[in-house]
Design a protein around this ligand. Structure first.
Ligand code: ACO
Length: 277
């Protein structure tokens, strides 16, 4: 992503980010009218993610132009993302960003703060004002799977391979993915998928609600474009208010949800008709 990176913004696991030269965040970001596209762009490393990637994602969220209604997240090359950069598991780590062994030496509070910074890169994709679409082909492993889960919708190629590999590596999924996974597929399936670290392919992904649509790899861009066009065809403010309602539905009682619908509709009616004579 273009733009200078101040050291404090890199947000790695280490307390000392001055060791080694920071790497490119591996992202491209483009805005075309109401559609923004974030492309994971390290195809030679299967779009492996680093803390620089997550800091850059958070900055994109912070600076997202107000006119944007759709955010597409995609990966260049054969895989959406092979997850966290495996150099994090080496003693040397990722230059400028440390390693898991340096993370293990941080106190719990310091570690949790670093993780919160990383999670910021994923959380904004749920904002009511936008709809985020993950366009997923090939492997979406670990952090890659969680990035796809951070999006509102997943349109996948028929070669998709989701895998929550963290437990196989002695870790837990910690990049905001566990809640959407449980909400999408249910607790039992989420336990099965995570605790076996097995691969979920396209047919199953569609069947269990992990994907909204499966297309051929060649049709992926077109399918995402068509979905974006359909989403843009509805009233912007109504779409935002409706997404907010839907997001809150699970945590409200039926009575509370009915009341929330009424309040939102009253606001819509005021907006639509109060300006009229
Ligand atoms: N981190 C760093 N480099 C990676 C990663 C990764 N996660 N994944 C792939 N690469 C690199 C490979 O080292 C290789 O580099 P090289 O050409 O310099 O040798 C290049 O990307 C291509 O990798 P291949 O394995 O040759 O690609 P292939 O398409 O055959 O396989 C696959 C892709 C299945 C994704 C495989 O690379 C893989 O299993 N990667 C590791 C996945 C993983 O364990 N991720 C961590 C999950 S846990 C988490 O995210 C928190």
């Amino acid at each position: 992503m273009a733009g200078a990176k101040a050291p404090k913004e890199r947000g790695g696991y280490t307390e000392d980010v001055s060791t080694g030269q920071p790497e490119d965040d591996g992202l491209r970001f483009e805005v075309d009218g109401e559609i923004a596209t974030i492309t994971l762009d390290r195809p030679d490393k299967r779009n492996a993610q680093t803390f620089a990637t997550w800091s850059a994602l958070a900055r994109i969220g912070d600076d997202l132009p107000e006119r944007v209604r759709i955010v597409v997240v995609k990966g260049e090359g054969p895989s959406f993302s092979a997850g966290i950069d495996l150099r994090m598991f080496t003693p040397e780590g990722v230059p400028g960003q440390g390693s898991f062994s340096s993370a293990a030496r941080l106190g719990a509070a310091a570690f949790e703060e670093r993780l919160r910074q990383a999670q910021r890169g994923f959380l904004w994709l749920r904002r009511p004002e936008i709809v985020s679409i993950a366009a997923v082909q090939g492997h979406a492993i670990g952090a890659g799977f969680q990035l796809a889960l951070a999006c509102d919708l997943r349109i996948v190629a028929d070669d998709v391979k989701f895998c929550m590999k963290e437990p196989a590596l002695g870790l837990v999924p910690d990049l905001t993915g566990t809640k959407p996974l449980v909400e999408l597929v249910g607790l039992a399936r989420a336990i099965d998928i995570c605790l076996t670290a097995r691969t979920v392919e396209a047919g199953e992904a569609l069947r269990i609600g992990l994907a909204e649509q499966v297309v051929t790899r060649d049709d992926l861009d077109r399918a995402v474009h068509d979905k974006a066009a359909a989403l843009l065809s509805t009233n912007r403010d109504a779409a935002t208010a409706t997404k907010r309602l839907l997001q809150g539905a699970r945590s409200r009682t039926l009575e509370e949800q009915c009341a929330a619908e009424g309040a939102a509709q009253a606001e819509r009616l005021r907006a639509l008709f109060s300006a009229q004579p």
